[in-house]
Write a protein that binds this ligand. Structure first.
Ligand SMILES: [Cu+2]
Length: 288
């Protein structure tokens, strides 16, 4: 079998996953806006297939193309004698689900349903993780997504009821509004909220803690006054920000996942492009 084409420079081999995780530990727990890819990833083409650290980096850095990420996962799985989805879940756990490539890892894990279904021990581990309310949602959501992608009759009993429900949002063009402003949800549901940006300006979707709409909106407006705010895509670094969709260009779409908490409450969602929050928001009403 051909060796995967791992394309990071040899000089970068010393950058370990632990170092990446340490960097993440300095960031806020809410999912950050993915940083741009490191310049070396886009420009270098060396083959360092025997280097585990390089493969780990390729798996977890932002900006790595999906097929390269998948190759790196397969390489690490082979090196560790484990399944590919187990290697991906391991990388998510090591980085606490909050590093550059975290969103892509969740996506990748969801596409590996056939291999996940063949690994009973992994599915048990995922089921426990998905339901463990002491763990951050950055770990629970990928586990939930991965299991929900496996046909229910192939899942362990504890995971049979897991599902992902899609809520499709659009904008009302020119009005700075979402077309859906109220979503009803049950505790424990995983919502995939998609935004189809059919407008002529950028928008995003943040899910925030109950009662914190104005706090987040005002902070986002302030970010509109600085270059740093723009670089952070107008996502305030506040504990009241629960989940983040990056800015979506006109004509594009994106998604954000929200694992509905057990607490019966109303969770606002909002666009934090400066000036939008007062008009462009909605409510997720959680009741049993
Ligand atoms: Cu907006």
């Amino acid at each position: 079998m051909a060796a995967p084409n791992l394309y990071l420079a040899p000089m970068l081999r010393t950058t370990t996953l632990a170092a990446a995780a340490a960097l993440c530990a300095t960031m806020h727990a809410a999912p950050p806006v993915p940083p741009p890819p490191p310049p070396d990833i886009a420009t270098l083409g060396s083959t360092t297939a025997s280097d585990d650290a390089t493969a780990k980096r390729q798996l977890t850095e932002s900006g790595v193309p999906a097929d390269r990420r998948r190759e790196a996962a397969a390489y690490l799985a082979k090196a560790k004698g484990t399944s590919t989805p187990a290697a991906v879940l391991g990388a998510i756990e090591e980085t606490n689900g909050s590093c550059g490539g975290a969103r892509d890892l969740g996506e990748l894990l969801e596409t590996l349903a056939a291999e996940t279904a063949a690994d009973a021990a992994l599915m048990d581990r995922m089921a426990a993780l998905a339901k463990d309310t002491t763990k951050p949602t950055s770990l629970r959501i990928p586990a939930h997504r991965a299991l929900a992608a496996v046909p229910a009759d192939k899942r362990p009993d504890a995971a049979k009821t897991l599902a992902t429900r899609t809520i499709a949002l659009k904008t009302i063009p020119g009005a700075m509004k979402y077309d859906v402003v109220e979503i009803r949800a049950k505790p424990g549901e995983l919502l995939r909220i998609t935004l189809d940006n059919n407008d002529t300006m950028q928008h995003n979707v943040l899910v925030v803690q109950p009662g914190k709409l104005a706090e987040v909106g005002v902070a986002a407006d302030k970010m509109g006054e600085s270059a740093e705010g723009k670089a952070r895509q107008f996502v305030p670094d506040l504990p009241s920000v629960l989940e983040v969709m990056g800015l979506v260009d006109p004509g594009k779409s994106a998604s954000v996942f929200f694992l509905v908490p057990d607490k019966e409450a109303t969770y606002p969602y909002v666009c934090t492009y400066p000036g939008h929050w007062r008009m462009m928001n909605g409510k997720i009403k959680v009741s049993k």
